[in-house]
Design a protein around this ligand. Sequence first.
Ligand code: FMN
Length: 194
Amino acid sequence: MSEVHPDGESRNLQLIGERIRSRRTTNLFLKQAVSRALVRDAIEVARWAPNHHLTEPWHFYLLGDDKIARSVELIRTIVAENKDEDIAEFKATSAAAIPGWLIVTCRKSDDELLQLEDYASCCCAVQNLTLYLAEAGVACKWTTGLITRDQRFFDLLGMDSEKEFVVGLIWYGYPKILPTQNRKAVGDILTETD
Ligand SMILES: Cc1cc2nc3c(=O)[nH]c(=O)nc-3n(C[C@H](O)[C@H](O)[C@H](O)COP(=O)(O)O)c2cc1C
């Protein structure tokens, strides 16, 4: 049971609120590697996301050094094809500095509602994962850049793009810095009815 404060709010309640609020996206990471055991633990927690019909629609691809290096080169190629060589060099250099690469996919469904629900569950799973890692001092950047929609990336991962799609490429590592963020006031997003 959680401890009760004099003001009636439990310490655990304040803590979970603060943990959720303080998780931040960053892509500036220290070189220090994150242990695979920690990421496996985060995946174990991630799959406890709410999930209609318990379809467990997610799959996780945790990349090793070889696949990371090939993904960096693929980013260089894709950006050069879509933008120019200078931007490609910049994107490849930035990507090469990222220590952790995890791809989350969602199974495809022909049923529109099921697809929405499965995708929603995968997003909840990503949030579980990033919150768990944040607690361990590891920050993430959830990306949906061009590489996450490129068949060459699917081939590199060995995923079946007829059966699953990429929800996000999760870059992770110990952060150099964490940016600040703001959100609208609750009054601007909440309608309370009688
Ligand atoms: C589905 C999804 C896709 C995202 N894709 C990108 C991306 O491609 N590039 C990027 O810089 N950030 C991406 N983000 C991260 C958001 O930009 C980030 O969450 C937002 O700036 C709020 O910052 P916070 O996560 O620190 O609260 C993505 C986030 C989500 C949920």
